[in-house]
Design a protein around this ligand. Sequence first.
Ligand code: HEC
Length: 157
Amino acid sequence: MRFSLLVTLFGVGAVLMAVAVVFMYGTDGSGEPRTPVEHGRRLFRLQGCATCHAIGGGISRGPDLAGLIPRLSARLTDTAYRNHLDSLQVARPDVYDFFAARYEHVLGVQGEERIKAWFAEHLRNPRFDHFTGLMPDYDHLTEQQVDRLTAFILTLR
Ligand code: HEC
C-alpha cells in the first residue's frame, strides 16, 4: 500500500516536472509565450551564430550584423544583385549553373520577401552566391527554425 502510494507520488511528480519543462521551454521565463523574434534571438545564440557575428560592436569573425537589413536591401536590388551574379558567372560558370535555380528563387520575389528568400538560401549554403565564403552551412535547420531566425534578423536595422 505504502509502496503504491510512493509510486503514484513519483508519477505525479514526473508529470509536473514534464509540464514545467515544456512550459519553460515555450516561454521567456516570465511565463509569457516567446514571440518568433525572441525564439530567433535564442536560436542565434544556440546555433553558434553569435560566436562569429557581433551585433553592434565587439569581436566579430564574420560581418557585424548591425544594420544588416538596409545593407542587404541595397545589395539585393534587381540591378545590384544581377551585376553581382554576372561577375560570378564570368568567374565560375560551372558553379553559377549549379546554383542558377536559387538565383531565380531570390530574384523571383520582391522587397522583404526577397531578403527572406536570400537568407534561407544563405543558411542552406552560404557559398551559393559567394563562392569563397567562410560561413558554415546551416542545412540542418528546420523550416520553423529558419522562420524564427528570419524574424530575428529582420529586426537588425
Ligand atoms: C564560423 C563563423 C560563422 C558562423 C558560426 C555563422 N556565420 Fe554568418 N557569416 C560568416 C562569415 C565569414 C560571413 C561573410 C560571408 C562568408 O564568408 O560566407 C557571414 C555572413 C553572414 C550574413 C551576411 C552578412 C552581411 O553583412 O553580408 C548573415 C546574415 C549571416 N552570416 C548570418 C548568420 C546566422 C544567422 C548564423 C547562425 C545560424 C551564422 N551567420 C553563423 C561567419 C559565420
